[in-house]
Design a protein around this ligand. Sequence first.
Ligand code: XIL
Length: 353
Amino acid sequence: MKTILLIISSLFTLLFCSCKEEVPVTGDGFTYTPTTALRDKASFPFGVAIQAGRISNPAYGSLVSKEFSSLTAEYEMKQNITATGPATYNWTPTDQIVNFAQANNQRVHGHALLWHSAVPDWITNFSGSSAEFDTVMKNYIHAVVGRYKGKVASWDVVNEAFEDQSGNLRNTVFRTKMGDDYIARCFQYAREADPDVWLFYNDYGTIYDNKKLDAMLAMIDDFQTRGIPIDGVGFQMHISYNWPSLSQIQNAVDKVKSRGLKIHFSELDIRANPDGDLTQLTTDRATDLQKRYKDIVTLYKGIPEAQQFGITVWGLKDNESWLINFWGNPEWPLLFDAESKYKLAHKGVIEAL
Ligand code: XIL
């Protein structure tokens, strides 16, 4: 009797537990040995968001230069860092990034001239007239874009101008001071400073928030009708392993594609733990991430070559991802682990490339 019970209980365990349970693995269970670098395999620029302070670390710098052909500053080229006053600038981190890129034959994508979350206090508290504010913005855009003319290939001129769910213009200090047409004017100021630089509008949510997508498309159509310069759109692509659907992504991409603009997957990271159910990465979830990275890059490759601006992943190593603080969950959303080992996610990208 005892033996029968034991057999039944073992069968039960086998059927309902072990096949469901994900076995946590650390280390090599979800890393692998690469045979090629991303930048060597990709037919379009493959980029990463970096911090100037980290590239002097040889291990970090050598991985960035070996794997990536395009660089974006994670935060150091934003206005709250660069614009220290109406006619004073901090160029140090940007110069470091641009110099590093030139030494390693990498493109630099400028991010971002205007973003409501990176406004210096002296601009937030600006007490002059609308015309004076406009001049401040014009001078700032001319100074930054002009200084890096020929060295920075492209700029996110405005980042995240539309509100979630409604698609209304976000009520930023720029809109309050300059009026609803501020975006167009800033694109023109950037074009004045560099006739050859590519000008991007960048946002999140434009894949799954139809109101926001429509608002962005209406802006593009209006720009194209009026002859306001715009060269491309950045889809930030802060997504999860299980959301949003590929068909939603394809739908949004197709709409921008039909406008003839360049498309940048500008801040790609993929949450492995959006529901907070993991305390460490598991083999199953690492494999889910590998497949998801592969699917996203495969979709990107379907864009006509002339419109492929590139893909940028938002950070190098998992432990440095902004998502950890932003969402408060443990996360493993990138291509390298905390020890700089190549994750299966990297393999997924290579498989698609
Ligand atoms: C984030 C950076 O990752 C952080 O280091 C910084 O402190 C705040 O900004 N959308 C954007 C990026 O356009 O600039 C943001 O980057 C992430 C969300």
